[in-house]
Design a protein. Sequence first.
Length: 374
Amino acid sequence: MAVSVRALQATDTLPFIKSQWMFYKNDPHWVAPLIMDRKKLLNQSKNPLYKHTEMQLFVAEENGQIVGRIAAIKNGNHLATHHDDVGFFGFFECTNNQAVADALFAEAEKWLRARGLKHIRGPVNPSLNDECGLLVDGFDGPPIVLMTYNPPYYADLIERSGYGKVKDLYAYWLEMAKYRSEKMMRLVDVIKQRNQITFRSVDFKNKAQFDKDVELIKQMYNTAWQPNWGFVKMTDEEFAFLASDLKQIANPEYVFFVEVKGQPAGFILALPDINQALIHNKKGGLLGGVWNLLTRKKQINRLRIIVMGVLPQFQRSGADTAMYHEIGVRGHKNGIVGAEASWILEDNEMMNKGLTHTMQADHYRTYRLYQKAL
């Protein structure tokens, strides 16, 4: 029977979400998402991203069964920022069948072309401020929290559909013992004394102070990341939406500001790798997720350094090295053995050199963004 592709109503997200289980039922490394979180992410009436972004979900079916899925995305704020006529695809899943992949991409491309776009880029789920990139190297273990995971054959399906690499995103692994060496500690001490570097944790308990800290982080994020390829500022509502979610899983010890001579210079946000607990929640239910997080909390011994930024005027002060080291100190105290720093653009020389040379990190995974002319 021929493959057919069907567009879903914006409110009909559950078949799209639940189809993912079929693609990973025999994969020991896959971490099932919480169904409630995915519904929230895709809810076009509640997620503030969709105030400026259009999205259409598609599923491919064969003999009445879903065999693939994709989303076509027109991000209005991206277009207003970059003026590049780029649309996006995301949430791509597919059986190892080129005909299915081609049919999915054809529908997504048609939808974007009808809206005047000239290029399609992805995967983004559903934006660069969310999970993004296709894993192309480093399939030897489960993904770290809020990073993507997929079968190796996805790259072949995408490339045979006419897509080529547009940018690689790197993930680095930092061993706590390795970058807390005596040599590193002496270097950090010199940097801290020379520039009067201190740290201040975000206050999670005082709501008024927390709101002020979130506002400062937003300002720093939108300033420090602005020169980056593909970057789009988050709106106030988007940032509040994200902060509310991250607050549920963040540890205040791993969210702090760095100050240089008393001036806020940057911040770092690292999250406990809750995927170490959620990998046991095979059905993606909320109660199962909560149960595994509560009962397996002590087994979590990894972090993901999800955001680390320094304002332009302080980028040669050593504040970034000092923050990485401080995360190591705090993590070691709590039984953390390692951390993933991700993701970093392949051509961000300052960050990549700092991680490999100064922090002795290993580039252990690569995620790829693809693009095609429409």
